[in-house]
Design a protein around this ligand. Structure first.
Ligand code: UDP
Ligand code: MG
Length: 313
């Protein structure tokens, strides 16, 4: 099968018929063998009914329905597990992304050999309260992840080589960082393609302003897990040891001034408290690193690595 189109959706019954028809048209025009995997993320409206009706008419349309709303990341993850196509395309259900982009995205994966192609909403049709924080978010993500060639990390329209989606795990609200997760998993041929973007035609956005707070927290955890997830001691231990010795140095200095130079009133000096504080904090950090290390060592995935290829095995 050429293409799997994974569509997470939450209360989008108005958009779905149009979206399915549009995808079907594009797939037929290009003679792609395909499947559409629509993941109903606990919608309260008629989305699931619409999916079932569409699936009856077109066997390429498949559906999975969550019992409740788990979030876009969960929906994507389940869709990724089910996908069978050589190229996996994700898109939003709200008609903001255009299925006409699919053939070109497909070509960039299969012919140009990219692992991941992310859509770039070069000209956006979103309110300004969203576009400005989004610019900041993308800037921070570029700096932290080292993926300097993406303008728009969180575009719903993306294309992946099948191996990528089968090797990564998207949970929580990590869908904003799939390119970062993919890079950590070793899929670093990542690029972007400017895509058409439209105003939401039906319904309302499913994410409020809290997305920016959560987004930055997620960025911190993802960097930490990616860099130090398998070796927490290297981060906490280093910080802890540095802090500890800094404190020891201060106390040695104070001891010398008192014993050799006879300076009195040591406990009245601010630096005395700094010395004690850094020793305590240093010890705590060290212990945190040690505990992290113990947990990492007991984790079921401690010896799981993404193997690219094998020979004679
Ligand atoms: N979505 C979902 N589960 C959720 C929230 C959103 O599956 O809990 C889907 C939603 O139906 C849409 C896509 O994720 O297909 C993107 O959501 P939305 O268009 O509201 O986000 P925005 O375009 O405002 O960033
Ligand atoms: Mg949208």
């Amino acid at each position: 099968m050429n293409i799997s189109i994974v569509i997470p959706l939450f209360n989008e019954d108005e958009s779905l018929p149009e979206l399915f028809a549009w995808i079907e048209r594009v797939m037929k025009e290009n003679n792609f063998s395909y499947e559409v995997i629509a993941i109903n993320d606990g919608s309260k409206d008629n989305s699931w009914k619409v999916i079932k009706a569409a699936a009856e008419k077109n066997p390429n349309i498949k559906g999975i329905s969550f019992q409740r709303n788990y979030g876009k990341s969960a929906a994507l993850q389940v869709g990724f597990q089910a996908a069978q196509g050589d190229v996996v395309i994700t898109m939003d259900a709200d008609l903001q992304d255009s299925p006409d982009e699919i053939p070109e995205l497909y070509k960039m994966i299969t012919v140009d050999g990219y692992h991941l192609v992310s859509g770039w909403k070069k000209k956006r049709y979103d309110p300004i309260t969203k576009t400005i924080p989004t610019k900041l978010f993308n800037f921070a993500t570029r700096k932290v992840s080292g993926i300097n060639n993406l303008h728009d990390f969180n575009c719903g329209l993306k294309a992946y080589q099948k191996e990528v989606v089968k090797s990564i795990e998207v949970y929580g609200e990590m869908h904003r960082y799939i390119p970062v997760i993919a890079k950590w998993a070793g899929f670093d041929k990542i690029t972007e393609k400017p895509v058409a973007h439209q105003e939401r035609k039906y319904g309302v956005t499913k994410f409020g302003l809290e997305r920016f707070v959560n987004g930055f927290l997620d960025l911190m955890s993802i960097t930490f897990v990616g860099r130090y997830g398998k070796r927490p001691m290297h981060l906490f231990g280093t910080l802890g040891v540095l802090s500890f010795f800094f404190g020891i140095l201060i106390l040695i200095y104070l001891t010398i001034t008192k014993t050799i130079f006879g300076v009195v009133g040591m406990t009245n000096r601010p630096i005395f408290y700094l010395g004690i504080l850094t020793i305590i904090v240093g010890t705590q950090l060290f212990v945190a690193g040690f505990l992290g290390e113990l947990i990492a060592r007991n984790g079921a995935d401690r010896n799981q690595y993404n193997i690219g290829e094998k020979v004679n095995l």
